[in-house]
Design a protein around this ligand. Structure first.
Ligand SMILES: Nc1ncnc2c1ncn2[C@@H]1O[C@H](COP(=O)(O)OP(=O)(O)OP(=O)(O)O)[C@@H](O)[C@H]1O
Ligand SMILES: Nc1ccn([C@@H]2O[C@H](COP(=O)(O)O)[C@@H](O)[C@H]2O)c(=O)n1
Ligand SMILES: [Mg+2]
Length: 218
């Protein structure tokens, strides 16, 4: 539902109310949000970079935001660090606040939210705080055997890319993240990609999905 309200960001931008009559964290500015999910190492970050380059989205990786929070020496840093090393999921209020700050700071109206929502608590917290429904969920599907190979070969110095934590991350993915994918699937919102193919071939399939968002502005 469009309403002629002014926003803090740009008074000329049309604003949208949610179904419950409340407005989103961007003062009601209409934005496109795509959640990007898939097992650890399925290529979410790799493909998000391609989507940013071709379609002008802003990429917000929940994992990256949490790692930056650790590096910044914030009061929650030590707690976040130990949760990530255990492959567990950080309390939603922390992650949603980081996403909220990043979205408010950005002037873009198209966001890829990578690695989120990781569980139903994440999903509900985003719905309640951010008040934006995703356009769709991009889901990268790949076998665990291939994912282990990729994660052990990633070499980016991540504290969770060791076989012990990788196994824990897979279990959390199955127990907590797949139910979120199933939830959105039941609403017809999941676009599943075969992520076992080489990177350029995966991107060909991704491109087909994003075609309607047009090329990145020059
Ligand atoms: N289709 C692919 N085929 C082979 N290797 C790939 C493919 N996609 C990504 N990779 C490689 O696999 C590793 C993991 O990719 P990436 O970091 O994009 O995954 P991710 O889903 O973001 O993982 P995480 O959830 O751990 O952040 C990287 O080294 C990347 O170069
Ligand atoms: N919504 C999220 C996303 C991530 N985490 C934690 O960060 C780790 C790394 O995430 P990547 O997406 O970069 O793989 C992940 O294993 C979680 O520990 C989180 O808690 N909540
Ligand atoms: Mg990633």
């Amino acid at each position: 539902m469009l309403a002629a309200m002014s926003t803090a960001m740009d008074a000329s931008v049309p604003v949208a109310e949610q179904e419950d009559g409340t407005v989103n964290i961007l003062g009601g500015k209409k934005v496109a949000v795509v959640f990007v999910l898939g097992g650890p190492g399925s290529g979410k970050g790799t493909q998000c970079s391609n989507i940013v380059e071709h379609f002008g989205f802003t990429h917000l990786s929940a994992g990256e935001l949490l790692r930056s929070e650790i590096k910044s020496g914030s009061e929650n840093g030590t707690m976040i660090d130990s949760i990530i090393k255990e492959g567990k999921i950080v309390p939603s209020e922390i992650t949603v606040k980081l996403l909220q700050e990043a979205m408010i700071k950005s002037e873009n109206d198209k966001f890829l939210i990578d690695g989120f929502p990781r569980n139903q608590e994440n999903r509900l917290s985003f719905e309640n705080v951010i008040k934006i429904s995703p356009e769709f969920v991009l889901f990268f599907d790949c076998s665990e055997e291939e994912l282990v190979r990729r994660l052990l070969g990633r070499n980016q110095g991540r504290a969770d890319d060791n076989i012990e934590t990788i196994r824990k991350r897979f279990r959390i993915f199955e127990e907590s993240s797949l139910p979120v994918v199933q939830y959105y699937d039941s609403k017809g919102k999941v676009k599943k990609i075969n992520a076992a193919k080489p990177i350029p071939e995966v991107f060909e399939d991704v491109k087909t999905i994003f075609q309607s968002y047009g090329p990145k502005a020059a």
